[in-house]
Design a protein around this ligand. Structure first.
Ligand SMILES: Cc1ncc(COP(=O)(O)O)c(C=O)c1O
Length: 365
């Protein structure tokens, strides 16, 4: 059944989004973030499409993801920023992957492994990885001492997407980290921030001392803002998820539908079963709330989403086995958007795509 679910990725949309984002942050460079299987879109194929579209760098969370790209023949610069305790960075050196390091131990391990260069990751207020301001003197001094054999090519920080003001405060803290580095004679050529939301907030982000912007969600054509559609940002959603109707049946008023009978139709109706469930990555909390489309008509998901199936109520419409159901895609084509599904389970758009099971076949057009 998994084979009947069709996840298609429109690479022309990926290219269009890169062009839009490059124009938005010019003259800064862009890094496309392809972690988490390229937000569910397929890491290797998306990496290739992004590189063809002119991105300068690819970003991943960890070295496993970076090595997957290298083994598939992707040669563009790759940065990885999340490392296991005790990471030796030997794989980074062997595969020419650039690590972003967050502390002295990682810095020294990267130097010992002989990696080509590092980026220093600083925490300017997100409170995740990266060295906090109190650690900068020691961290930066060690980086300066090792710089002859381990060039500091970049410095990065990640923004919280909390509000334009709070992201702005983080950018200001980032500038003070850059100044501190300068005081030690370190002038990394790539000073980079993220993410989609911040770059779209700050129209002039690429005009100040930021040389590169890291984009994830927006590169896939999805909006990072709950209240703004991708189309309004000039972006095109690349991923469409489809599956055929496998069963159609008439149910009388009052009959329980799916687990727990949370749905009982008020009048006789037709239900159609779609072979997609939470094991495919569709959030069960969207039960009885999300919608899908068949042709130009929109139908509500009814009852609980099961492991491998969901049920839609098609009323008296002549829906047949084999009809194509679009779970989500590009709203400009009349489909539900990933953001509509996110709203249906009180989640975020990121989750809708990044949760899609890796075992679903994906095709690229
Ligand atoms: C370090 C880093 N940079 C950039 C991004 C991309 O963020 P977004 O998808 O919001 O553009 C992420 C994603 O979480 C990240 O972890």
């Amino acid at each position: 059944m998994t084979q009947d679910i069709r996840v298609t990725i429109d690479t022309a949309a990926l290219r269009h989004n890169v062009a839009t984002l490059k124009a938005a942050v010019a003259p800064a460079r862009v890094m496309a973030v392809v972690k988490a299987n390229a937000y569910g879109h397929g890491a290797v194929e998306c990496a290739r499409a992004f590189v063809d579209a002119g991105v300068d760098w690819l970003g991943v969370a960890d070295l496993d993801e970076a090595v997957e790209l290298r083994e598939a023949g992707v040669t563009a610069p790759v940065l990885a920023w999340l490392h296991a305790p005790g990471e030796t960075f030997e794989r980074a050196a062997a595969h020419d992957v650039t690590p972003a390091v967050s502390d002295v131990a990682q810095l020294e391990a990267a130097a010992a492994a002989g990696v080509r260069a590092v980026h220093l990751c600083v925490d300017t207020g997100l409170s995740r990885n990266g060295a906090v301001a109190a650690e900068w003197p020691e961290f930066f001094a060690r980086a300066a001492a090792l710089a002859d054999r381990l060039p500091v090519e970049g410095v990065m920080t990640h923004l919280s997407n909390a509000s334009p003001e709070e992201d702005g405060a983080q950018v200001a803290a980032f500038l003070s980290a850059i100044e501190t580095l300068g005081g030690l004679g370190l002038e990394p050529r790539l000073r980079h921030v993220a993410a989609s939301a911040a770059a779209l907030h700050f129209a002039d982000v690429g005009q100040g001392p930021v040389d590169m912007v890291r984009f994830g969600l927006a590169a896939y054509g999805l909006s990072p803002f709950p209240d703004r559609r991708a189309a309004d940002l000039g972006l095109r959603p690349a991923l469409t998820m489809r599956a055929p109707v496998t069963t159609v049946k008439r149910v009388p008023a009052g009959e329980g539908v799916s687990y727990g009978y949370v749905f009982r139709p008020e009048r006789d109706t037709t239900i159609a079963i779609v072979p997609v469930g939470y094991s495919d990555g569709v959030d069960r909390a969207a039960s009885d709330r999300a919608s899908v489309t068949i042709g130009q008509r929109t139908y509500r998901v009814r009852g609980r989403i099961a492991m491998n199936a969901l049920v839609i109520d098609v009323g008296d419409d002549p829906v047949e086995v084999g009809d194509e159901v679009v779970l989500f895609g590009d709203p400009a084509l009349g489909h539900q958007g990933a953001e509509d599904w996110a709203r249906a389970f009180d989640g975020i758009t990121y989750e809708v795509v990044a949760s899609l099971s890796a075992r679903l076949p994906r095709s690229y057009a």
